[in-house]
Design a protein around this ligand. Sequence first.
Ligand SMILES: Nc1ncnc2c1ncn2[C@@H]1O[C@H](COP(=O)(O)OP(=O)(O)OP(=O)(O)O)[C@@H](O)[C@H]1O
Length: 301
Amino acid sequence: MMSETAIAAPSPTPRWEADPVLDVEHLTMRFGGLVAVDDLSFAVGRGDITAIIGPNGAGKTTVFNCITGFYKPTEGRLTMRRAEGEEFLLERMPDFQIAARAKVARTFQNIRLFGGMTVLENLMVAQHNPLMKASYFTFGGVLGLSHYRRSEKEAIGFATSWLEQIRLIDRADDPAADLPYGAQRRLEIARAMCTRPEILCLDEPAAGLNPRESAELNDLLRLIRDEYQTSVLLIEHDMSVVMEISDHVVVLDYGKKIADGPADVIRNDPAVIAAYLGVEDDEVEAAEEEVEEIKEEAERR
Ligand SMILES: Nc1ncnc2c1ncn2[C@@H]1O[C@H](COP(=O)(O)OP(=O)(O)OP(=O)(O)O)[C@@H](O)[C@H]1O
């Protein structure tokens, strides 16, 4: 006979706990007397889209700079776990090795393409490391060895497939600087993907995009997660991007973590709403109503 009280099914362990590709533990970054990141711990799930959000100056870019080796953290441990089992302590590695060996790629708040190179060349440069190895550090390329020629053909094929996916194949031979802004953003993401990363870190990828371009960005990030099994870690202010595509959201305020969970839980968290709107605790209710109105307005549009 069935028990009268239904036993609630245990909620599944989130991927960032069950299979983290990156573990950030007790990360602290001080600049003189300023604590930009303060004892921060969170995990990035393998194959998840994880967003770091928070008001201006919360410490988001500093976290990225620590993960990608631009800054050496004052304290803390950053463990990258590659799919084939290798582990890397990123805080001990120089930035070029973080990219080449740990397979962490990034883009910046301001676009950093090689403007004078063609669109295709930007994607070929990103494959420089494997091509250099294939050319036995130049000699094979100069002598035209078949092994090098095959690798070069593969690199062109990979770059071309990315240009098709971001709909820039017709602009392959144009200088990157001639592309419209939204297209440059897509190209920058494709260039980072050409390094075949396991984590792609994107610093405000939707900044300056119009609503149509933002929607295209969402599709591109889903493609990267679903088709390439690449974990995505992004900093973003555009909540339509964050809430629509993120599997996991980490919220910072004054360098500390104030919330961490699935997007649908985070969007209704009073502490997050208060931090975002810069309100005191007793004003949270009014702020929540304001947020509801904004959401309804966005849904109507
Ligand atoms: N190199 C640095 N030297 C001194 N202070 C810094 C440095 N980098 C960042 N900071 C300070 O650390 C704090 C966090 O900055 P950070 O850029 O990480 O915030 P953020 O959340 O990315 O902000 P935003 O959303 O405006 O980009 C800020 O007070 C900033 O002024």
